[in-house]
Write a new protein. Structure first.
Length: 238
């Protein structure tokens, strides 16, 4: 379990744990003789066997070439086991420049779109720094409470984490939070940073998310869920 520093409405903070709200079942694959199978990566295609490269090489004769032979298969490399892969960027691979080449000195950009899909602006990609570290500023309640049903219709929640206590004191701390939100049937907007209003970044280089706390209570049991969103649902009808 990862740790997070969370404060309540009175700005009392505590270090608690958080993790995924659901766990996937582990599937074990076995061969016919009962031995455990394993996954391996292998070469399926190379730069010379891409659609663009084949079109550039054969043009209108590509269909005939595919019927008479296997130009889309690199017989020397197909099926080779690959290890220690690294991500690279390439240029080309289109009708204007069919040959792909390794790109150096790549500059990444962020494209911002309006609700109707129109591109609003292009800006340089920014490097983000995680702001949920326990030795930094705690995540704070902003005081902005949104009815649960309204929030579910306003935002697309991309990730959800369950906040959990690590001892008896943090149980009381989190239970009171969950009860307050459950009684109000609402979600609380929380934020990070010095002023407690910044989007949450879960790790260095991660995506900034607007964060909400949702609480549920059943007797002495509680569920405090941290929901993250970076997409707001807006109508495109004027």
């Amino acid at each position: 379990m990862r740790k997070i520093n969370l404060s309540n409405e009175t700005r009392r903070d505590a270090e608690v744990a958080f993790g995924a709200t659901s766990r996937r079942k582990t599937t074990i694959y076995k061969t016919a003789d009962g031995s455990k199978g394993k996954s391996e990566r292998s070469v399926k295609a190379t730069i010379d066997t891409t659609d663009q490269a084949l079109m550039a090489a054969y043009g209108d004769q590509l269909t005939e070439a595919l019927i008479n032979g296997d130009p889309e298969v690199d017989m020397e490399r197909f099926g080779m086991r690959v290890e220690g892969l690294k991500k690279i960027y390439v240029v080309g691979g289109n009708s204007q420049s069919p040959t792909q080449k390794v790109a150096y000195g790549v500059t990444l950009s962020e494209h911002v779109f309006l609700a109707d899909g129109t591109e609003k602006e292009i800006r340089p990609e920014t490097t983000t720094t995680g702001n949920i570290a326990t030795d930094g500023m705690p995540i704070r309640w902003t005081g902005k409470m949104i009815p649960r049903k309204k929030a579910m219709r306003m935002f697309v929640f991309r990730k959800s984490y369950q906040v959990q206590h690590v001892n008896g004191l943090t149980y009381d701390f989190l239970y009171e939070m969950a009860k307050k939100l459950s009684d109000a049937d609402a979600m609380m907007l929380v934020g990070g940073g010095a002023k407690g209003v910044a989007p949450l970044v879960m790790n260095n280089g991660g995506t900034p998310y607007r964060a909400f706390l949702e609480g549920r209570v059943d007797g002495d049991k509680y569920a405090l869920i941290l929901r993250l969103t970076n997409m707001e649902i807006k109508s495109i009808i004027n």
